[in-house]
Structures are given as C-alpha cells and as structure tokens.
Design a binder for this molecule. Structure first.
Ligand SMILES: *Cc1c(COP(=O)(O)O)cnc(C)c1O
Length: 233
C-alpha cells in the first residue's frame, strides 16, 4: 500500500468524524455518544490497521474472510471485531473465536445456538438484534412482526448479553423513507429497553450514504465502509 492510500484513509476518517460532529450538534447531541465502526469487508489487513487507529471498532460481514484476516492480524492490536453479516448456525463456533460481538442476531434459532456455544466456550457474547425496518425481503434482520418473540428468547439466554439493535436503512435516496425506517428502529429499541430494564445503549444504524439521517434519528453507532476506503470492487 502506498503512502497516498494511507493518507486517504486518514483524511476520510477525519472527514467522517467531522460530519458526525456536525450532524450530532445540529440535533443537540454529542459526537462522543456516536461510535464509528470501520466496515472492512473486501479490504486488506494493511488498510484495516490504518483504520483501527481511529475507528472505535471494525466490522466484517463474513466469517471466512475474517478468519483469513485474523491470521495476519497482530496480537498487539486490541481492536474490537464486530460481526455484521448474516450468521449461519454451522459457523457460530468459528464466529465466536473471531468476533467480540454478533450484531446480526436475526432469529430464535440463531439465538439458541449462539447461547449454547457461548456456554460451551464459557463466555458471555455481546449481541445486537438486527431488525428489518426496510420491508425489503432481501435485507437481513428479523421481521418487525417477530421482533418481540426474538427479544423474549434472547432475554432468557444467560450466555448472551443484549446491548441493543442494528438495522440497515432502505436502499433509497428519499430522506423521509430512510428516516422513517431509522425512527422505527429507535422506537423498537425504546420499547425493548422498557420491557427488558436493560440499558440497550447501542442503536447501530447509518452507513456511508445515510449516516447523517441516522444520527438525527438517534443512532449511537454508525457503520462506514465506502466513505472510508472507497468503493468496493
Ligand atoms: C457493507 C456494510 C456496511 C457499510 O456500507 P457502506 O455503504 O460501504 O458504508 C454497513 N453495514 C453493513 C451491515 C454492511 O454489510
């Protein structure tokens, strides 16, 4: 990787931090309440290491890819690794060896498996419930109609620690459509907080093209790939 690429990533992070600050201030929030996850899928370990200097966490989508990268990852780098992509039951054990959190918990079945394997590994795994607020069937996340059933089950899992919700906004440039989806996730997280009496402090929403709207709607964690590393091949 040439110096130019390194400087680009550093500049991009600075710009993103500034945009987070502006969006937060504009709606009376503090930028320090909004975490930045660098989404590193398809990008090299070298690029990830640069990003890890200023991002709050790293996000990967696929277990296989994360496994290859972890082999090259320096043990002195303590970055938090968050799993963002859909997780299959048969990859749970591998995922728990690689990731600190699973942000894409989307079914009762997966919750049960994650809980059982976490217990076997004598760990408590931090999770986010991913909700499908866009209504797009191709999008991952639990359907709104099944959210409370999943929440109830997760709350019975002693080896899972529910920290909040994640959602992916609709693929749309229409501000009100996108914000409506984010507002829905926020409303669900508030109801879940009341029902569970847990802090549920993480509301992970907002990507490169919609993180400003997400912040206005209460996001506490944005997940940025393209705006940080450039477009993926
Ligand atoms: C790829 C991905 C992102 C980052 O998207 P960008 O548009 O590149 O910022 C965020 N969240 C999830 C779940 C993703 O899969």
């Amino acid at each position: 990787m040439v110096n130019n690429d390194i400087n680009n990533i550093k500049n991009n992070i600075e710009n993103i931090r500034r945009a987070i600050e502006e969006s937060a201030t504009a709606c009376g929030r503090k930028a320090s309440d909004i975490k930045l996850v660098a989404v590193t899928k398809t990008h090299s370990v070298e690029e990830m290491l640069i990003a890890s200097e200023s991002a709050d966490a790293l996000g990967e989508n696929r277990v296989q890819e994360a496994m290859a990268k972890k082999r090259l990852w320096p043990s002195t780098n303590r970055s938090q690794w968050r799993l963002l992509g859909h997780l299959q039951n048969n990859k749970v054990r591998k995922a728990l060896q690689l990731f600190d959190t699973v942000d894409s918990l989307d079914s009762v079945d997966l919750a049960m498996t994650l809980n059982r394997v976490s217990q076997e590994m004598t760990r408590v795994t931090s999770v986010l419930i991913e909700v499908n607020t866009s209504g797009e069937s191709s999008k991952s996340g639990v359907a709104l109609g099944k959210f409370y059933e999943l929440l109830d089950r997760v709350l019975t899992c002693r080896n899972l620690s529910l920290e909040g919700l994640m959602t992916i906004g609709p693929l749309s440039e229409n501000e009100s459509d996108v914000r409506r989806a984010f507002a829905q996730a926020r409303a669900l997280s508030e109801k879940a907080r009341a029902l569970s009496a847990l802090p549920l402090s993480i509301l992970s929403m907002g990507m490169s093209y919609d993180f400003r709207w997400a912040i206005t709607e209460g996001s506490t964690m944005v997940r940025i790939g393209t705006a940080l590393f450039g477009s993926r091949e």
